[in-house]
Design a protein around this ligand. Structure first.
Ligand SMILES: C[S@@+](CC[C@H](N)C(=O)[O-])C[C@H]1O[C@@H](n2cnc3c(N)ncnc32)[C@H](O)[C@@H]1O
Length: 294
């Protein structure tokens, strides 16, 4: 007897149960969605129809991968970020909810300009922040996305292609932090946004992160602040006088990062919380406020 889609989902859930997966029902649903090509609502409608045998096998193969501890996002090869459905695999960090907040602050800063804006996303990975900015600000934006990892940039390019003609608003460039940018951008950037690696080398990460995600996307160096320091110190050369720097940070790094920003000469610097109230974002403006005194 051929299995129905409901049977396939049951098989996947049974395969995942007891393997250490937190929520087998949720992951089974996402895996069957991926293997069937249907979304959750469609799956409900078609639950009692016979499943395509190849999709059944594909779902079980994905479940086998998930059962070894591979993150669901890599198994299904995609993940949502703000309005986007991004392709993700082991070449890139899995986009996180706190980074959606970081992207939102950058988008709000651009909206506040009252004109078209220029943005740089340093360490773009999957392209999450840069492409969210394009999706939400097009056609009023020019975006430069950089990364030192050619592997990550291959994923970012695939995701850029998914934006269709809006993708022409973004340029993807390879290199070490600001070295990747063309000189012509100096002094022209309205918003620099970055989610750099900010984990210290001796910090213990959850196994699912340490075993699967790229170390170069996570670990910065002995203190964890090395990459943030580079991003903060270099920003002024590229920002307009009223430009804004938005940087994701670790929850214990707020005080150290505020000092870095003030020492670098930023006129204003504050730490914004993520959705769970943790200190997770540096927001600094170069000269805002200075001319308005008195
Ligand atoms: C925490 S991940 C962020 C990825 C993506 N922006 C996101 O938020 O999901 C940090 C990114 O910085 C990149 N990176 C690490 N060292 C770099 C360097 N020296 N110059 C440029 N990018 C670098 C990594 O390859 C990685 O893609």
């Amino acid at each position: 007897v051929t299995a129905t889609w409901r049977d396939v989902e049951d098989d996947v859930r049974a395969l995942l149960a007891g393997t250490g997966v937190d929520d087998p029902a949720h992951d089974a649903r996402r895996i069957v969605e991926q293997a069937s090509g249907w979304d959750g609502a469609e799956l409900v409608v078609h639950a009692d129809e016979h499943a395509v045998a190849r999709a059944h096998e594909a779902a079980l193969a994905l479940a086998e991968r998930r059962s070894t501890g591979e993150p669901l996002q890599y198994v299904i090869g995609r993940w949502g970020f703000r309005t986007l459905d991004l392709m993700v695999d082991r070449r890139v960090l899995i986009p996180r909810p706190e980074t959606e907040v970081v992207a939102g602050i950058a988008i709000d800063a651009l909206a506040g300009l009252g004109r078209d804006g220029v943005v740089v996303d340093l360490g773009t990975g999957s392209g999450a922040i840069a492409l969210a900015v394009v999706a939400e600000r097009w056609p009023h934006v020019e975006v430069w996305a950089s990364d030192a990892s050619p592997d990550a940039l291959a994923v970012a390019r695939a995701n850029l292609a998914g934006l269709g003609r809006r993708g022409a608003a973004a340029r993807i460039v390879e290199g070490d932090w600001y070295d990747a940018l063309p000189d012509a951008l100096r002094g022209r950037v309205d918003v620099i946004v970055s989610n750099p690696p900010y984990v210290a080398a001796n910090e213990v990460l959850p196994l699912a992160v340490a075993d699967w995600e790229p170390a170069a996307a996570l670990v910065s160096g002995p203190t964890g602040l090395e990459a943030i320091e580079r991003v903060v110190a270099g920003a002024h050369e590229w920002l307009t006088d009223a430009g804004t720097l938005v940087v994701e940070i670790g929850e214990t790094q707020g005080d150290a990062v505020l000092t870095l920003a003030t020492d670098a000469g930023f006129a204003t610097a504050r730490i914004a919380p993520d959705l769970t109230g943790r200190d997770r974002v540096l927001v600094a403006t170069w000269a805002a406020g200075r001319p308005t005194r008195g």
